[in-house]
Design a protein around this ligand. Structure first.
Ligand code: PHE
Length: 328
């Protein structure tokens, strides 16, 4: 067998044709399951232990040689294909134009986190596939109530109790069930809604939820916190508007708009946590109160960078993404 190994070794070393067909022929002959080398390994199994000792090492080396050669030939093949573009060599390390940049949604998310961290909020996380209790029921959405239709939901067909969360408010409940007040957290994450995709809405987007529970938390605290946020995010001169609104899990509720392009753009919903929600989480509403808010990261990025089509964030178009290189 040593003789065969040696002659195959020579054959492989001298193989130099790197055309695509010849490489495939090489692979079939020396590497594939039906290759001569594989055949030698099959014979090897039945050899005496004396013979095995002599043949083992050269045979393994032959296998490695064939594999290395295949890689070498493939590299040559690539190079030849690209030789009409001499400055394009796929085996060079990344050039400047291939280095990525931080995604605009990530830049904005980090900024939101920083703003709230500075005033004592910590970060929490929760599941995107959620059950009815956390996404709806514990948040005071009565069963079969039209309020559930405020948020068009993706249900998991095999288990209608499971939904793709429609908001990050599910994590409020998970947290309040687990921990006791005081708590001051923000919860960034992805959410899903069964909506027609357009420049203004998408079937998935990102939110940052905020929750502050303590003794004597008031609506004034909520407004101060959100005004502070708006100024930190968009600058001192930012115009902000508070509008009464409705959410099943807050009472009173309000939405906040930011002045944008001669009009207003809604960036968040908020309110004082409804006493029923506190009760659902075994927190005494006589003793504690709190505020909550949920803001859309895409909305904020659109205002900040003057983007007018939401779809751009998820299309991975390099012409769009490259514009955020070095952005803050
Ligand atoms: N969950 C609400 C939404 O997605 C936003 C919100 C969060 C409102 C917290 C009030 C309090 O629209």
């Amino acid at each position: 067998m040593i003789k065969i190994i040696n002659s195959l070794k020579k054959e492989i070393e001298n193989f130099s044709d790197s055309s695509t067909e010849k490489i495939e022929a090489f692979r079939l002959k020396y590497i594939s399951k039906k290759s001569v080398i594989n055949d030698l390994f099959l014979q090897f199994k039945d050899m005496s232990s004396e013979d095995k000792r002599n043949v083992g090492q050269p045979l393994n080396k032959l296998k490695t040689l064939a594999k290395d050669k295949l890689i070498q030939l493939s590299q040559l093949n690539h190079k030849n294909k690209n030789s009409s573009h001499p400055d394009k060599d796929l085996f060079l390390p990344p050039q400047n134009d291939t280095i990525g940049s931080v995604h605009p949604l990530r830049i904005v998310r980090n900024k939101i986190i920083k703003i709230f961290r500075d005033i004592g909020f910590s970060i929490e996380d929760g599941p995107e596939i959620e059950n009815d209790w956390y996404n709806f029921t514990a948040l005071n959405f009565p069963k079969n109530h039209p309020a559930r239709e405020m948020q068009d939901t993706f249900f998991i067909s095999k288990n209608p109790d499971k939904v793709l969360r429609t908001h990050t408010s599910n994590v409020q409940i998970r947290l309040m069930e687990k921990e006791s007040p005081p708590m001051r957290v923000i919860i960034p994450g992805r959410v899903y809604r069964n909506e027609t995709v357009s420049s203004k809405s998408h079937c998935f987007f990102h939110q940052v939820e905020g929750l502050y529970i303590d003794k004597k938390v008031s609506f004034k605290n909520l407004k101060e916190t959100l005004f502070y946020f708006a100024k930190e995010m968009f600058g001192e001169d930012t115009k902000v508007r508070f509008r009464p609104s409705y959410f099943p899990f807050t009472e009173p509720s309000a939405e906040m708009d930011i002045s944008w392009k001669n009009g207003w753009l809604e960036i968040l919903g908020s309110g004082l946590v409804d006493p029923n929600v506190l009760k659902n989480c075994k927190i005494d509403p006589e003793e504690y109160s709190g505020f909550a808010f949920g803001m859309g990261i895409e909305r904020i990025a659109m205002i900040k960078y003057g983007i007018d089509d939401l779809r751009l964030f998820s299309e991975n178009d390099k012409r769009f993404l490259n514009q955020f290189r070095g952005a803050q």
